[in-house]
Design a binder for this molecule. Sequence first.
Ligand SMILES: Cc1cc2nc3c(=O)[nH]c(=O)nc-3n(C[C@H](O)[C@H](O)[C@H](O)COP(=O)(O)OP(=O)(O)OC[C@H]3O[C@@H](n4cnc5c(N)ncnc54)[C@H](O)[C@@H]3O)c2cc1C
Length: 411
Amino acid sequence: MIPTVVIVGAGFGGLRAARALRRAPVHIVLLDRHNYHLFQPLLYQVATAGLEPEQIAKPVRAILRGQRNLDFRMVEVTGVDLVARRLETSAGPVPYDHLILALGGETNFFGLDSVARHGFGLKGVDEAVAIRNHVLTCFEQAMLEPDPERRRARLTFVVVGGGPTGVEMAGALSELIRLVLVKDYPRLNIKDVRVLLLEATDRVLGAMPERLREAAGATLWRKHVEVRFGATVADFDGARVRLKSGEVIPAHTVIWAAGAQAPGLTGRLGLPTARQGRIVVQPTLRVAGHPEIAVVGDVAYFEVDGQPLPMVAPVAIQMAELAAGNIVRALRGAAPEAFRYRDPGTLATIGRNAAVARMFGLNWTGFPAWVMWLVVHIIQLIGFRNKLFVLVNWAWDYFFYERAVRLITRE
Ligand SMILES: Cc1cc2nc3c(=O)[nH]c(=O)nc-3n(C[C@H](O)[C@H](O)[C@H](O)COP(=O)(O)OP(=O)(O)OC[C@H]3O[C@@H](n4cnc5c(N)ncnc54)[C@H](O)[C@@H]3O)c2cc1C
């Protein structure tokens, strides 16, 4: 009997695992609640009207069309029976011989229910489109608002979290406003508009070397993003952000880029979890006591030098390759290998011509880092059509100071 490998999640990890097993003597069942693979690193560009959702996503069936040993099913996984080796899903049970969990992560609002209710996370296509609609609607409403204070509140945009997502989001939002929307709203007083980046610690891009952190901070200010350190959000009622210090910022928009955690499902699987609800894995990426289960990507908790590996795409991809390889080794009766992460570096862009990068053992800033960021992201996008359309879009926006997708599509 050919063994069945069930992979949950068609993100960076799940997709890579499925591809790595394409020649293995196994039957693969790939499950995801969406019918597409999403390139999350460019979500903020959908949120800031630069790209269409379909330019950063591709149907899983189209990506894996040629893979004979694979079945894709669009289902929600709701639980697992570890003894019977069976997943519970929205379409009934799915048995497995080997299981790879690549569930990804979700936004961590750190228990701030008011922010979860009134603010925006940035994890999926729906949220990115909701942010775009909301930001553009704020401008339309501001044009109708006679009261100057209420108008300023509509035009105050708060991004929370100084990691790469927050920095990229704040930079792109400020540029959308200052380079593009000013032309759409000629009666707008640009002094009424504020983009704030709130960071609870004393630094942005905490994982980067000091020189790059400073360069990023200076670039954000140059791009008119007000960076506030030691600023912890305590509450947001949809019209006012209250900080822990007691300060109140009138604003109708909070974009939360301050944290990620494992999906709630992981707490119900009966597997050992650690910080952020991530599933603890052994060096082989298997779960203790369950050699048939491997966990990869954001949802896996794996420490290197006492620190968990970050929730980034290269970790997910490299883990998936090892987990798939270990299944092939097991079929041959060979021992599993241990995971060793090769850090390819990190990149963050802050709008036109500006980025910071730690790559090839060097620190890069400004235009060279920005070009590096462009090349890396175009290469990683899945599908020639996406690569081409994104490239054309970026070139157009770059030369004409435009953003293509300034549509309010619902509200
Ligand atoms: C806005 C943003 C920007 C980012 N920027 C970068 C960056 O610049 N560089 C970088 O390296 N990383 C970046 N990341 C992180 C990177 O996207 C993740 O680390 C990576 O996607 C993790 O891969 P994964 O396979 O673990 O999970 P994901 O790619 O998130 O895939 C998980 C999949 O599992 C599916 N799923 C989850 N639960 C279920 C369920 N119960 N049933 C069925 N299906 C389910 C989901 O639909 C999803 O398709 C960014 C993330 C975000 C949100």
